[in-house]
Design a binder for this molecule. Structure first.
Ligand code: BGP
Length: 472
């Protein structure tokens, strides 16, 4: 049986982690440009330590990233060579609206993405576009406080209207917000939130989340109106939460953590605030303010499909346990899985479990839009890179994904690995945490030629796509 013939194999990247060129093409400054590498990064991602301009002495890795802005033709050609059927990319909001609240978009920014889509078309690659991948104009943060302000919905929809109209012949697959649940863990990155002294941060986060949820529903409506062929998905950071033991208290903790994540998808897919969220948020005094009509909007415009990133499962306990890392979420250390060099659990079966849980819950087509291994690659003397560890990680995950499709019957539209070309890490800002099939000669200190080199995994993934997942 295998994967469906039209299964979308590909890879995913985000503007702020690959483009660079932040002062080119009339682009404005965004939150993501202001996340330095090094020790202050975490504090800033989490909305503590407001800096809304570049500070001397800080290194801002997104400023140049891997310079996709100037290399995109060569980069997309390489994706084409691997046989990509889909390329997930995101739009830098400030290329289109440098400040965010202008009436008219920046033509130069629009042209840049036109060229990217044309390049994709040359190789038969379908774009899957994330409208906002951790991206918020700095001007909107200064003037409105980011997504805490309801007017953000209008600015975001202005962006959506321009994108849906301009690219209607080029793009039909859209994601509204990358990892929408990340707003709870990295609120500056997820929603441009900088907390003010003494305020109830949880309330601000849920208020901003509500605005994003309404914006997402209205974007779905707009996408369908402008082009009935458009398919819109939500996107969340997934990864099943395991109880540390079969102690009922541990199981209960795991359920609570699951609900914290599923809350977002429950609203985006089912179209209403689930009872558990209503009660708990109200009880904690952090239920967001809603306007008349919001509930109807959420109800009427649910997403068409559910997409998610999967790097690892998580594990929680009602008591205290040794902790582990993992995609900005901490979790208890699971003794039954291996760990990556960055301390993230490696749990391929967890992907099958997650696929089953998400499908059981929503019964909608799914799309795995991120999955991969961050590792340090050391080129051989002749420049070749043998990244067998990456191949192994991906092979095992794809095997589990295959079982979920073949044996469990989940409906899966496609798989885009993170990330086909080395780029800047979102969590740490490092360059040395590499995910690519394609090596970029840029080192942590900024040195290097920016040359692209095919790694061993490049040829492996090419074969995977060519055989539609039969040869792993
Ligand atoms: C997700 C983001 C990506 C990506 C990935 C890997 O949270 O959507 O932008 O970066 O995680 O994480 P990291 O870059 O921290 O290794």
């Amino acid at each position: 049986m295998g994967f469906p013939e039209n299964f979308l194999w590909g890879g995913a990247m985000a503007a702020n982690q690959c483009e660079g060129g932040i002062f080119e093409g009339g682009r404005g400054l965004a939150n993501v440009d202001l996340c330095p590498s090094g020790s202050r990064r975490q504090e800033i991602l989490r909305g503590h330590g407001k800096i809304l301009q570049m500070e001397p002495g800080c290194h801002y890795p997104s400023a140049e990233a891997i310079d996709f802005y100037h290399h995109f033709r060569e980069d997309i050609r390489l994706l084409g060579e691997m046989g990509f059927r889909v390329f997930r990319l995101s739009i830098a909001w400030t290329r289109i609206f440098p400040k965010g609240d202008e009436e008219k978009p920046n033509e130069e920014g629009l042209r840049f993405y036109d060229e990217i889509f044309e390049e994709c078309k040359k190789y038969g690659i379908q774009p899957l576009v994330t409208i906002s991948h951790f991206d918020c104009p700095v001007y909107l943060i200064e003037k409105y406080g980011g997504w805490r302000d309801r007017r953000m919905i209008d600015f975001y929809l202005r962006l959506c209207r321009v994108l849906f109209t301009r690219y209607q012949d080029k793009v039909t697959l859209w994601l509204t917000f990358n990892e929408i649940n990340m707003i709870l863990h990295a609120p500056f990155m997820g929603a441009g939130l900088c907390f003010r002294e003494g305020e109830n941060e949880e309330l601000v986060k849920y208020q901003a989340a509500h605005h994003e949820l309404v914006a997402s529903a209205l974007a779905t409506k707009l996408a369908h109106e402008i082009n009935p062929k458009n398919q819109v998905g939500c996107m969340f950071a997934a990864g099943s939460v395991y109880p540390f033991s079969c102690r009922p208290e541990d199981v209960w903790e795991a359920l609570l953590k699951e609900q914290e994540n599923y809350f977002f998808v429950d609203v985006q897919s089912r179209g209403y605030y689930p009872a558990y969220a209503k009660i708990r948020l109200q009880k904690r005094g952090i239920f967001p303010q809603m306007q008349t009509g919001d509930e109807e909007i959420l109800k009427k415009y649910p997403v068409d499909f559910i997409s998610f990133s999967y790097y690892n499962s998580r594990c929680v306990s009602a008591g205290t346990q040794e902790m582990a890392e993992g995609n900005l979420f901490q979790s208890a250390k699971n003794p039954f899985v291996n760990y990556s060099d960055w301390g993230w659990p490696i749990d391929p079966l967890g992907l099958r479990i997650t696929l089953n849980q998400v499908y059981d819950r929503y019964q909608k087509p799914m799309f795995i839009v991120e999955n991969g291994l961050g590792a340090e690659d050391i080129p051989e003397a002749d420049g070749k890179i043998f990244d067998d560890y990456r191949i192994e990680y991906l092979r095992e995950h794809i095997q589990e994904m295959k079982k979920a499709v073949e044996e469990d019957g989940v409906e899966l539209m496609g798989y885009t690995s993170w990330a086909p070309i080395d780029l800047i890490s979102a969590g740490t800002g490092e360059m040395k945490k590499r995910y690519g099939f394609i090596y970029v000669d840029k080192q942590e200190d900024g040195s290097g030629t920016r040359k692209r080199t095919r790694k061993k995994s490049f040829y492996w993934y090419q074969k995977v796509i060519e055989t539609n997942g039969e040869e792993l």
